[in-house]
Design a protein around this ligand. Structure first.
Ligand code: EMZ
Length: 386
């Protein structure tokens, strides 16, 4: 097993039963495992809701105890969801613009050049976290220097090394967002805060709380997920020099490679929903107000859909993965994430001949009967310049 092998801990449960139940803070969560079932449940927002009264409960582990700001549009159901999404969507499609991609390329190239000049680099903190934070200044359209503060917060905004849920850490983010909203009120610019302050949904101006909901989702949802995707991609290219060479020879497969790496690594293991009425999930009873989770990571290894699901096939032809979720709540940041990964792969293929892993410590997510590798706590590597 190489450093970049990510085993599928869900196979047996998926094949035998289709679901499995884990405990989360004395609140059971029934995980839905197969791709077809995951899609079906994700689509059925009436029976499996994202909104509801308890803010943060759809995240696993539940964040209900550490936050009371509703993340928008992530924790809102249709029909209200649609108006928010319509308002925010064009902003999150800006990564399709040439100008945005050029700026992102400059950020990526600088980091790759820097890494190539060092003997070794610790990829998680010194590369992926920096890349994620610097790229976020483009997504929010805020000054580049803000990224220095965000980098100092570490890889997760709601979690720290010692605790799965860290409320003091969450408060740092919330206080920061409050300040930034007030600054934008006093001095409007062309950043996301100001754009939201000037916007209306259904004829009403967005409240500060709603803006905080959008911004906190942007900070939290795209943080450890991007950091893991970047670090895992580097570990894959280190283990597979022939793939790095192929991506240089055939840059036209880059977008397919991005989809395949997102499928294989599935940066977000699962996301919960609250059951609104007594129903059934994969022939098991699911009671109203209980929780299920849509296990993207399991669905993405479903052999009923993917041939050789445990292999990275860089130019996989049919790839209906759910690495960015599915249906109503599919990932708002996916356009940004896809561009970031594509630009990273191209930059590495152009500038680096090989990558050697010197040391690594895996990050294993503990889901009781399932232990899932999601990334690395640390990955020390040498980038060998061309
Ligand atoms: C939430 C979630 C969104 C949550 C797409 O996922 O990501 C998690 O990492 C955060 O902790 O608050 O934003």
């Amino acid at each position: 097993m190489t450093t970049s092998t990510f085993p599928d801990p869900f196979e047996q449960a998926r094949m035998s039963d289709g679901t499995s139940t884990i405990d989360d803070q004395n609140d059971p969560v029934t995980m839905v495992m197969g791709l077809k079932d995951v899609r079906k449940c994700a689509h059925n927002w009436k029976k499996f809701q994202s909104g509801g009264d308890e803010i943060g409960r759809i995240v696993v582990p539940s964040e209900a105890s550490i936050r009371d700001t509703r993340q928008i549009p992530f924790e809102v159901d249709p029909p209200e969801h649609g108006a928010y999404r319509k308002l925010i969507e064009p902003w999150f499609k800006r990564p399709l613009e040439e100008n945005y991609q050029q700026k992102l390329k400059a950020i990526v190239d600088e980091l790759v050049d820097e890494a190539s000049h060092l003997n070794t680099i610790e990829v998680v903190e010194e590369f992926s976290l920096k890349l994620q934070s610097r790229a976020l200044t483009l997504l929010l359209n805020t000054p580049y220097k803000e990224s220095e503060l965000w980098i100092s917060w570490g890889t997760h905004v709601f979690r720290s090394e010692d605790s799965a849920l860290d409320s003091s850490k969450a408060n740092i983010l919330y206080d920061y967002i409050d300040q930034q909203i007030d600054k934008a009120i006093a001095n409007p610019g062309d950043d996301l805060y100001s754009v939201l302050l000037a916007s209306e949904v259904n004829g009403n101006k967005l409240s500060k709380e709603e803006i905080k909901g959008v911004i906190s989702l942007t900070f939290a949802g795209g943080r450890d997920t991007i950091i893991n995707a970047v670090t895992n991609t580097i570990s894959y290219l280190a283990d597979h020099p022939q793939s790095l060479a192929r991506l240089y020879q055939e840059p036209e497969i880059t977008n397919k490679a991005v989809e395949e790496l997102v499928r294989y690594f599935s940066p977000l293991t699962h996301m919960g929903r609250v059951v609104t009425e007594d129903t059934q999930v994969c022939e098991h009873a699911a009671k109203a107000n209980s929780r299920i989770s849509l296990c993207w990571a399991s669905a993405n290894r479903d052999s009923a859909v993917f041939d050789n699901p445990n292999e990275v096939v860089l130019d996989r032809k049919l790839n209906p993965h759910v690495g960015f979720g599915f249906s109503t709540h599919n990932c708002l940041g996916a356009t940004h994430a896809r561009q970031l990964l594509a630009i990273l792969i191209k930059s590495l293929a152009e500038k680096v001949s090989s990558i050697d892993i010197v040391d690594h410590e895996e990050n294993i997510e503990d889901l009781q009967q399932f232990q899932r590798k999601v990334g690395f706590h640390s990955l020390t590597a040498a980038f060998n310049a061309k």
